[in-house]
Every structure is written in structure tokens, then in C-alpha cells.
Design a protein around this ligand. Structure first.
Ligand code: UDP
Ligand code: GLC
Length: 383
């Protein structure tokens, strides 16, 4: 099947990393069109996935800016839509992976008569988007998409509540290459040494630095944990959240936690770093649509404490394969951290359960079969 994948971002966020796994089986006959250049393009090339930067001029592709802004800059988008329409003629499907890709993909699908698939990576609710943006997104999807793939039941539910059509949406979770997460204990110990944290209890936080990802919640929780509990914050401000980064550094200084919080920036060796951790924390303050980092930690056999909202509740069962805490509550987070510090035996059992359940549910081979089935069904129906 020939697929024209579209993604607005040049940077590798979760939706982009998910797209690599989805596009790989179609690499021989497909193309990923990006609206901006960056490290994501390099990653696609490393995976031998054909990629082209389609934007002929710099369009504003701040991932968090609104859909309305995208429609407002329609004039600017016309050359881009043109490029997509020209290419779409050679493909069976347009597969839009982000919201601005949806805008461009919807119009290009209409003009080229090439069916549109939309991968919904977001919870379309007012916690994440303005009412107008929600209306625009739902209208475009209902009008132009033949299939919506939601990354969780939570994302699907929000789509339906916002007025999305129920007969076009299916849930497919993100898939993961299991062997990438089977890291030796030795590698973990080596990283601990490199970080100079051999004798510490390390909590890892793996996410772009952004207010709703809640790194500040973990920093606040540390105040109520023993001295040897240390946090590594892995990730960068991918979409212009520099003020938040400044706030985080200030918070660390004002709480006197300089020796207990390390900012590691964006890293490509996530499984290795996770293996060095004693606990992985997820602290999003708004409902997380899916939460790749949670599954990745589970696959590494690490205990996870996660914010109980959105897709997270489909991944973690409290005290069975992880821990759930109230979003935005550092006190509760500190209590879970402290119980993990104290009862390492119970925590280890939970982490092993996590590895087993995540391996069974999120193997990329099975997930890709689910996607392939949906795409073939669609292709047969539109013929
Ligand atoms: N990630 C990474 N390097 C970093 C921080 C994060 O490769 O320094 C990856 C992480 O392993 C995960 C993805 O970025 O696969 C983030 O996806 P998630 O679904 O957790 O959140 P998103 O940022 O997409 O909302
Ligand atoms: C988005 C969501 C995240 C999800 C990822 C992959 O970036 O914010 O929760 O895991 O897409 O579907």
C-alpha cells in the first residue's frame, strides 16, 4: 500500500516517534512529508523511511499553536497544500499524524480525492484546546476523514464527546520494539556511574519540558523525600516552552535541590537511562492521551508512578503493574516514592508485572497488524 504520511513537526515528539514505527512497514512504497526540517527527518532517514520537507517557505509550526492559526495562515499554506495534492495522486492514502497535517491533509484529500486517515494523538477537550480549535478539528475530521485511529480509549472518548462521528474511529495503542528495552543491568550501573549517582535512589522523568508535563510536581515532591532520592529530568523544551525551563531551574535553586535534580536535556538512549532508574515518574497535570514513556518504563522492567487521568488509566493498574496518583499532587507522589524506597521487594514484583503486561499488549508487530488491517479494510471500501 502506498501511503503519503504527513506530520507538521521537524522535532521528535511522541506522535513522531510513533509514526516511525507505523511508516516502517510501508517504507518501500511510501513517503513521509514534513512541514519543517529537524532531527525527526534524520531519524526517519536512519530508519530508511523516505522523507521530504514539503514546506517551501517557513510556516509557523509551533505544535501547540492553534488550528485556527493554521487556517488563518491558509494563504501561506496554499503552496504546501499544492505540493501534497501533486504527490497524493501517486498514493492510495493520505495519513495525517498531527493537527496541522490534518488541515493540509483534509483539503488535499478533498482536492485529490485521495482518502484521508487521521491518527488522533490528542485528547480533544478544553483542558488541551480552545473551544474554537476543538470545533475546527472535529468539523474537519467528520467532513474529510475516512478513518480515525485514536491512540487510546480516552482520546476516542473525548473525540466522541466533542461531536466526532462514532463510525470512523478505532483505537490502536502505540507499539514498541520489545528488544530495544531489554537492557542489561550492567548498562544501567554504567550510566549510574557516569551520572555520579551510584549510591542514590534515582527517579527518572522522561518528557519534553512543558508545563502540563508537570516536571515541577516531581521537584516539589522531592522536598518530602529522603536526601538520597535524586531526580533526572530527561527531555528538552521541544515547542518553545523556554519560560517553563527557566522556572524549573529557579525552583530547584530556591528549594536548595541543586544536588538532587539533574537536567539531562534531550537524549536518544532512553531505555538505557530508564534501566539506571529505581523508579520512573509521570506527572502530567492534564490528562495524558497515551503516554509512551509509561509503556517504555514498563518494558524496561521499571516501576512507574503515573498521573491518574486519560490514557494512563488504560496502561497502569494501581499496585498491580504500577502506581497511580492524583494529577498535580506532589504530596501523594512523595508518599508513593517513599513507599518504593522502603519496600523494594514489593516494588520489584510490580515492575516485573509491568514488564510482562506491557510486552503482551504493546508489541509493535501486533500493533502494526492492527493498523494494516484497518488500512486494507479502508482501501477495499473506497475502491
Ligand atoms: N523522549 C526521547 N528523548 C528525551 C525525552 C523523551 O526520545 O529526551 C521520547 C520518549 O522516550 C517517548 C517520547 O519521547 O517515546 C515522548 O512521548 P510521550 O507519549 O511520552 O509524550 P509526548 O511528548 O508525545 O506528549
Ligand atoms: C501525543 C500524546 C502522548 C502520546 C503520543 C503518541 O504526543 O501527547 O500522550 O503518547 O502522542 O501517541
Amino acid at each position: 500500500m502506498k501511503i503519503l504520511f504527513l506530520d507538521q513537526s521537524g522535532k521528535p515528539g511522541g506522535a513522531e516517534l510513533c509514526l516511525i514505527d507505523i511508516a516502517k512497514p510501508y517504507a518501500d512504497s511510501s513517503l513521509v512529508g514534513l512541514f519543517a526540517d529537524g532531527d525527526f527527518r534524520k531519524l526517519l532517514q536512519q530508519h530508511q523511511i523516505p522523507v521530504e520537507i514539503l514546506a517551501t517557505q517557513a510556516i509557523k509550526v509551533n505544535k501547540d499553536s492553534g488550528l485556527l492559526a493554521a487556517l488563518g495562515s491558509l494563504g501561506q499554506l496554499i503552496p504546501l497544500i499544492n505540493q501534497v495534492v501533486q504527490r497524493a495522486k501517486k498514493y492510495d492514502l493520505i495519513y495525517a499524524n498531527t493537527q496541522k497535517a490534518l488541515v493540509v491533509g483534509a483539503i488535499a484529500s478533498f482536492l485529490s480525492r485521495c482518502p484521508l486517515v487521521y491518527h488522533l494523538h490528542d485528547i480533544l477537550s478544553i483542558e488541551h484546546f480552545s473551544k474554537t480549535n476543538l470545533r475546527v478539528a472535529i468539523t474537519l475530521i467528520n467532513q474529510f476523514a475516512s478513518l480515525v485511529i485514536a491512540n487510546s480509549q480516552a482520546s476516542k472518548q473525548a473525540f466522541l464527546e466533542a461531536g466526532g462521528k462514532s463510525n470512523i474511529i478505532e483505537v490502536v495503542y502505540n507499539g514498541f520494539e520489545l528488544h530495544n528495552y531489554q537492557i542489561s543491568v550492567q548498562s544501567g550501573i554504567k550510566i549510574k556511574q557516569e551520572l555520579n549517582l551510584e549510591d542514590k535512589f534515582i527517579i527518572g522523568h522522561f518528557s519534553r519540558l512543558s508545563p502540563w508535563k508537570g516536571q515541577h510536581i516531581l521537584i516539589n515532591a522531592l522536598v518530602n523525600c529522603p536526601e538520597n532520592v535524586t531526580a533526572i529530568l530527561v527531555g528538552d523544551a521541544l515547542f518553545g516552552e523556554q519560560d517553563y525551563v527557566k522556572d524549573l531551574h529557579q525552583k530547584v535553586t530556591s528549594l536548595g535541590l541543586e544536588d538532587r535534580v539533574k537536567f539531562l536535556g534531550f537524549r536518544a538512549d532512553i531505555p538505557q537511562l530508564m534501566t539506571a532508574c529505581d523508579l520512573v515518574a509521570h506527572t502530567s497535570t492534564a490528562p495524558e492521551p497515551f503516554g509512551r514513556v509509561i509503556v517504555e518504563a514498563m518494558l524496561c522492567g521499571k516501576p512507574v508512578v503515573a498521573a491518574k487521568a486519560g490514557g494512563v488509566m488504560e496502561l497502569v493498574e494501581h499496585e498491580i503493574n504500577g502506581f497511580l496518583v492524583t494529577p498535580g499532587n506532589p504530596q501523594e507522589l512523595a508518599e508513593v516514592i517513599n513507599s518504593c524506597v522502603q519496600d523494594s521487594h514489593k516494588t520489584e514484583i510490580i515492575a516485573q508485572n509491568a514488564r510482562i503486561s506491557a510486552s503482551l499488549r504493546f508489541d509493535v508487530t501486533t500493533i502494526n497488524q492492527q493498523i494494516s488491517k484497518l488500512l486494507h479494510l479502508l482501501a477495499n471500501n473506497v475502491q
